[in-house]
Write a protein of this length. Sequence first.
Length: 280
Amino acid sequence: MIIFAENLAVMKNLSLSEWIRNSEVHGFNTFSFEKVREAFPNASEQNLSNSLYRLTVKKRIISVYKGFYVIIPPQYAAKGVVVPTYYIDQLMRYIGKPYYISLLNAAELHGAAHQRSQRFSVMTVYPSSNVSKAKNNILDWVYRKEIPENFLQTKNSETGTVRYSDPELTAIDLVQYEKHIGGLSRAATVLAELAEETDFSKVSNELLDYTSVSAVQRLGFILDNILEETEQADILYKQLFNYGKKLNYVPLSTRSANKNVEKDTRWKIDINTEIEIDDL
């Protein structure tokens, strides 16, 4: 309390803890260090940092990104961990980058929840940020050049709305960014669940412009040969054919050797790894 003695007149006798409570009452569930400095202009940066740290230890707030805090609501107070859907939209506005919830977390929002992730995949744009996992090891940052805005959906959250990939973009991302989810076998397992939600006739040239053609080739191979979703595979193949780009042979896995392997002539795939799906 003594730390903020000089600010009591400015803040109408509010301590930092009271200021946070007042923010929460007025519907502000997150705040930045910059906002705290504005509210307490006479306090030193070190004193403010120390006070915020003490409130973090008390599990009143949690720092989920450098300079960005979430006020822990009662429903998460016991564990002291807040689910990312509670704050991700506010965090990305603070960072100033577009985003969408992706990969296993997007698949779960579409009903494919068999493969739950311990981390929360957030797709955003380059340049990549040097974010310390010690600050927030829940968030898995994934990067691409541009965000395909027309292939995103929104969903209500506890604090507003969140953005996530539609089923078709989710399917492509699962293959294109398979390293983030544990490999192609896990991607195929999720795709088996997601298949009921996907309609690959929606995979237009616009979406293909945002994605890797080689990833679509791999996705088509998985649909065709691993999941035996031949109808979906045929539709995707037609969309890829209409896209007009020549298909070159690509390895099924970019992390396996590619010598003397069987080839799939339809999807132009060097089958250099074995894909196995879990029982659903």
